[in-house]
Write a protein that binds this ligand. Structure first.
Ligand code: UDP
Ligand code: MG
Length: 318
């Protein structure tokens, strides 16, 4: 009955989640068989130190829909999700957490929404069951900032449970904490993005791996992707622009310095102007040079890897 939606790849990064895995597997199975989905579940064991690997090995022996990627050490949730995408063979990618905080019952709803003509459906933990002060509040602020800078308005970038069409994310490369920005990448590729309220449960087993410091990492990563989006192809416009403005300030300070001396009778060394002239001038020139270096790097980046600075949707008669 669901032939038309293709195969699902459920991607689950796990780090020390031994007590959660069997419960999670069973609740996913219920949803998969009720909806007759064709699916695979890819667990990425991110260097767990508990029994996670032996539990996964046992589960994989009894269920061939379970695939396991076993990392040599802990690389973090983003790397794990990236590996999951690399190994996925499905048409729809559904990442989720391995701690039973996400609810597999939301999967059919995500897919339904995806089929309304979207490429990404982002889960929104409207009723989030985490600590308010250290988790929910910082994440509210971060989501607001990301929405405004990234240009895709979502309430909950941090929610792992989302649904993606494989086509829009297959080439995405993830670093740092960037898996949460996949919807932004997808929208840059011309993908249609929407969101949907999903359930969220408190953690029963194991403990969270994160605290408030993740918010800062997320904001820094945001800076990186914004820079990459706008200036990867022409960094001199960014650094050079900054440099020219700084040199302009230097000239203004210089003129003001002359004005003070000849019309106000104050000698150069009586004012901070000479310092500002030099400071702005140096910063300006250095930014220009950094821009030139970045231009060389950009060429290395694109040409050494055969990358193109554009993305083609399709061609005719070629
Ligand atoms: N996780 C991981 N590698 C890590 C940290 C976390 O694979 O280095 C997994 C973790 O096992 C869980 C998911 O990422 O399945 C989300 O982690 P967590 O529940 O700690 O985050 P929170 O829900 O508190 O934001
Ligand atoms: Mg969690």
């Amino acid at each position: 009955m669901n032939e038309n939606i293709g195969k699902l790849s459920i991607i689950i990064p796990v780090y020390n989640e031994a007590d959660n895995l069997e419960i999670l597997h069973n609740s996913i199975l219920v949803v998969m068989s009720a909806n007759k989905y064709e699916y695979e579940i890819i667990f990425i064991n991110d260097g767990s130190k508990d029994d996670t690997l032996s539990v996964l090995t046992r589960m994989a022996a009894t269920d061939t829909n379970i695939k396991v990627v076993n990392f040599r050490r802990n690389y973090g949730q983003t790397a794990a999700m990236s590996a999951g995408i690399d190994y996925a063979t499905g048409d729809i990618i559904i990442p989720m957490d391995g701690d039973n905080q996400n609810d597999p019952n939301d999967i059919p709803k995500l897919i339904y929404t995806l089929n309304q003509g979207y490429d990404v459906v982002s889960g929104w933990r409207k009723n989030r069951q985490d600590k308010t002060l250290s988790r929910i509040l910082p994440s509210k602020i971060a989501n607001w900032v990301i929405s405004h800078i990234g240009g895709v308005k979502l309430h909950d970038y941090g929610c792992s449970l989302k649904a993606y069409r494989y086509d829009v994310i297959k080439n995405v490369k993830l670093y740092g904490e960037m898996h949460r920005f996949i919807p932004i990448y997808a929208s840059w590729q011309g993908g249609k993005v929407t969101e949907m309220v999903v359930n969220h449960h408190a953690r029963k087993f194991g403990k969270t791996k994160y605290g408030i410091n993740r918010t800062f990492k997320v904001i820094l990563d945001l800076l990186v992707i914004k820079y990459l989006e706008k200036y990867l192809g022409n960094p001199i416009h960014f650094f050079g622009g900054f440099g020219l403005v700084s040199i302009l300030f230097s000239i203004l300070a210089f003129l003001f310095m002359l004005y003070l001396k000849y019309f106000d009778g104050r000698s150069f060394i009586e004012t901070p102007m000479p310092l500002l002239v030099i400071l702005f001038f140096l910063v300006g020139i250095l930014s220009l040079f950094i821009g030139l270096l970045a231009e060389i790097q950009t060429r290395t980046y694109f040409e050494s890897q055969g990358k193109r600075s554009y993305a083609v949707r399709n061609t005719l008669n070629i």
